[in-house]
Design a protein around this ligand. Sequence first.
Ligand SMILES: *[C@@H]1O[C@H](CO)[C@@H](O)[C@H](O)[C@H]1NC(C)=O
Ligand SMILES: *[C@@H]1O[C@H](CO)[C@@H](O)[C@H](O)[C@H]1NC(C)=O
Ligand SMILES: *[C@@H]1O[C@H](CO)[C@@H](O)[C@H](O)[C@H]1NC(C)=O
Ligand SMILES: *[C@@H]1O[C@H](CO)[C@@H](O)[C@H](O)[C@H]1NC(C)=O
Length: 278
Amino acid sequence: MFTQIRIHLGTFIFVMMFLTVSPLSNHHALVKVYDPVMLICNSTCSGDVSWMFSVRTEILVSECKRSTCVEGNGFENRTRFVHGGPSLQLNPVMYNDKGWYVCYCDKAEICKFHLDVVFATLKSVCVGENVTLPCYANTDKRIPDKNINVQWEKDDQPFVTLQRGKMSYGPGFEGHGFITASQYKNGDLSLTIPKVQQSDGGIYRCRHRHEEPGQPEAVDLRISESSECGAVKQSTFSMVGSSAGGCCHCCYFLCCWSFLLIFYTYIELSENTTALYR
Ligand SMILES: *[C@@H]1O[C@H](CO)[C@@H](O)[C@H](O)[C@H]1NC(C)=O
Ligand SMILES: *[C@@H]1O[C@H](CO)[C@@H](O)[C@H](O)[C@H]1NC(C)=O
Ligand SMILES: *[C@@H]1O[C@H](CO)[C@@H](O)[C@H](O)[C@H]1NC(C)=O
Ligand SMILES: *[C@@H]1O[C@H](CO)[C@@H](O)[C@H](O)[C@H]1NC(C)=O
């Protein structure tokens, strides 16, 4: 009886979580500077639509009144309403576009969208390699371990947190990557991910003391497939065998070859010597 109530309560909380979280998560985007972004608004509007950029005051992004559209100052030639709906494409995104966007339908607020823009340092690695994503900050050299607090996020989701000397991982990232606590005192908050997979690609950000960003503010990790990864390695390996045993085969091949060379020289030398004595 109680178990049943608990299960129902659990389901209820679970459903509520999704109901409250999913619309919010759709109203936020993290983009790289100069990339395009879609300010999504799923409501319908048959009247005049306007998007405002909300900083200290609201400034116009774009508005359409009876099919005549006007772009705001600083947003010229960068906006486009998609499918006639209130959703708006911003292309390209500028660094100072970060903030809140509000969509109005005949002056009634229908949508809100939060945009975060980063300048990300590019890091390209091959599948299977170990990678260290750099992050530096002016940390306290004498901080006790228990007060260290470092967070890394991947595509705005918690990735790994170092707190009270313990590392904890965001859902789906268990045991993936680590921060070296002893380096924190040197201002090094870098994240190491061993044996990267294709799914590790994304935008990573580090923070410490809860909200303070490190340098660089973001890293764009790109994972290359084998074609771009050491084309030389691949072609050498393919001559002698599969890439898994490729290295051993390669060593074996080289070893045999040098042995033959030495042997041949020896034969030739001894032949010359014999010829000399004859
Ligand atoms: C809005 O519509 C898009 C495409 O139809 C959908 O992927 C998205 O989940 C919707 N967002 C919300 C908040 O309903
Ligand atoms: C926008 O495009 C028009 C027409 O191509 C051009 O005359 C204008 O200078 C552009 N404005 C900005 C701010 O780039
Ligand atoms: C990657 O890191 C692991 C330890 O995490 C180490 O054993 C391995 O040799 C490293 N591989 C390369 C290619 O550096
Ligand atoms: C052996 O002798 C030939 C000519 O007699 C010479 O061309 C060759 O270099 C010699 N080989 C060695 C290993 O000394």
